[in-house]
Design a protein around this ligand. Sequence first.
Ligand code: F6P
Length: 326
Amino acid sequence: MSERIAVLTSGGDAPGMNAAIRAIVRVGIADGLEVFGVRHGLQGLIDDDIFRMNPRDVSNIIQRGGTILHTARSKEFMEIDGQQKAADNLRKHNIDGLLAIGGDGTFHGLVDLEKVWDGQIIGLPGTIDNDLYGSDFTIGFDTAINTALESIDKIRDTAESHERMFLIEVMGRWAGYIALDVTIASGAEEVILPDFDILECDQVARKLEEGKKKGKMSGILIVSERGKEGGVYEIAKELDKYGESGYRVTILGHIQRGGSPTARDRVLATKLGAYAVRLFQEGATGVMAGEMSGKLVAIPLKDTWTRKQEKPLDKFLLEILEPLAI
Ligand code: F6P
């Protein structure tokens, strides 16, 4: 009997997940494996939503956002009972390897699954947040920043016409990768990163007032969400206490998760999908397939969140924010 692998997408969807599924299905089958799909992420393992896939199932999906396998954030999988059920279903289908595309919530789930299932487990970094150690970029990040940028450019037209200040909240959970890149790319006046202390609002307001004296009558402040959507309203309220009130707030929200993946995301997803299949064939387990400094790497799943501090925000970009906004 040929070896069997299963693929799933879990957690928040990210553009490029379909490209990764396609690569896994096609490269896996071309290499003589039987490939199965799991619907609704880790929850689908519990619900036995597992089905055989063939190369035509992934035709015409490389350009599509979202995930054809659907996704979920499974509470049941956080409990040992859920993990046991998932392991039983994987055994029932004689699956030898599980390839899971997702972010750190998914990877925590995979580490739990390792304790109750002895098949091989390989993760692929799929999240718009780019907040995983072990891959310079995660699948979906490039598309998300380009989607956000398109909207920010449009808001700038209104900001300039009405001579207004806008606070624009972008996603990223506790990481500021999206915020920093779109700040630089949109030429925004200021960025408020997740570690920002609300008390620093007086300094930001002062800076904006100084800007007005220099003829800057409109402006964009990018605000990175701080673990939850909507935190920007707190900042707007605080800023209103200083300087002139009337900051307009826009939350870009889930628009950043959708849409056709960029070429960069399609290439990265395809490369990592194919590499994950190769890692399975080499006997690897408990690792994430990533790309660092142009090299394909296999990083222990736990390192993807415990070594996050080794993937800091670009220091040079942080340094030049100030002079760029004079
Ligand atoms: O992890 C991706 C992400 O979009 C984060 O940026 C955001 O904080 C979160 O997911 C939103 O999750 P949900 O779609 O479950 O509201």
